[in-house]
Write a protein that binds this ligand. Structure first.
Ligand SMILES: NC(=O)c1ccc[n+]([C@@H]2O[C@H](COP(=O)([O-])OP(=O)(O)OC[C@H]3O[C@@H](n4cnc5c(N)ncnc54)[C@H](O)[C@@H]3O)[C@@H](O)[C@H]2O)c1
Length: 134
């Protein structure tokens, strides 16, 4: 049976998860920080004795037109959706190799290939996730 470590920036959500299942392994992690993603993978390896799969799922969506998107909003979307997935892959690959192999699943979106109004920043990062994965 697979052992799973749930990671999120939202500590309260992780606490609720543990309240539902005391055996749930959790880790507070901001995926936009490379050091925190590395610490997450290290914790999973230490707790489970190895890493066999990584799901990069954290995402952030704010809708705004191209002209209205603020610098702060764009930074946040890129930091979480693009850098977060990149850091997740960078941290996971060495650990997966140490375990003899495994899989990485990167959670993208239909917006990686389909355009919708007011989602240019989000869609750009989801297109990037597709290319990181390829
Ligand atoms: N909901 C949809 O219709 C839809 C459609 C296509 C793709 N997606 C993608 O699916 C994934 C999940 O979407 P969702 O709808 O469940 O979103 P959600 O907002 O419900 O969940 C996103 C989770 O990511 C966490 N998160 C945000 N910033 C983080 C950070 N810096 N570090 C760690 N965790 C962070 C949030 O706390 C939250 O738990 C995202 O990648 C999203 O882009 C969602």
């Amino acid at each position: 049976m697979a052992q799973v470590m749930a990671a999120d920036i939202d500590a309260a959500s992780l606490q609720r998860l543990q309240a539902e299942d005391a055996r749930a392994a959790t880790f507070v992690c901001d995926v936009s920080r490379r050091s925190q993603v590395e610490a997450l993978v290290a914790a999973a390896e230490q707790q489970f004795g190895g890493l066999h799969a990584m799901l990069n799922c954290a995402g952030y969506l704010r809708a705004a037109s191209l002209l209205e998107a603020s610098e702060e909003m764009l930074d946040r979307i890129v930091d979480i959706n693009l850098k977060g997935v990149f850091y997740g892959c960078q941290a996971a690959v060495p650990a997966l190799r140490r375990s003899g192999g495994g899989a990485i699943v990167n959670w993208s979106s239909v917006n990686s290939v389909v355009a919708e109004p007011n989602t240019s920043a989000y869609s750009a990062t989801k297109g990037a996730v597709l290319m990181i994965t390829k």
